[in-house]
Design a protein around this ligand. Sequence first.
Ligand code: CA2
Length: 142
Amino acid sequence: MKRIAILNGPNLDRLGKREPEIYGRATLADLEAALRKEFAGEAELEFFQSNHEGALIDKIAALAEAKFDGLVINGAAFTHTSVALRDALAGSGLRAVEVHISNIYKREEFRHHSLTAPVCVAVISGLGLEGYHAAVRFLTKA
Ligand code: CA2
């Protein structure tokens, strides 16, 4: 069975609690339950959320050491700012899919550029939480 990790960056612990017009009403716990349900018996899923850049980087290194088969990452604001997160992904050798709930290209200019996208195999942006499902589906098959 493929082992896939789902990483969420800063403020995504607030999902479903604020700004529902952008991010919807489902919480991170709802997302975890929905993914576990869809991929039961198909993929082993591990979930991690942190508001701290270093914690995300440490987690990526641990997943690489554990030889995970794939990684879904919503780096949230760190997507646009963090060379360290990009370096961690690039150095991990993990197959990563970058997911954004919103369509970052329809939003402010500063969200249009991702430092992490070039070191991921694919990017999904604007499909809402369905983007995580699509990413896990892809990594489970690939
Ligand atoms: O669309 C996405 O998934 C983002 O990665 C979300 C980030 C944003 O900085 C990126 O540009 C695009 C922000 C996550 C904040 O999430 C919240 C959710 C609910 C309430 C408050 C924040």
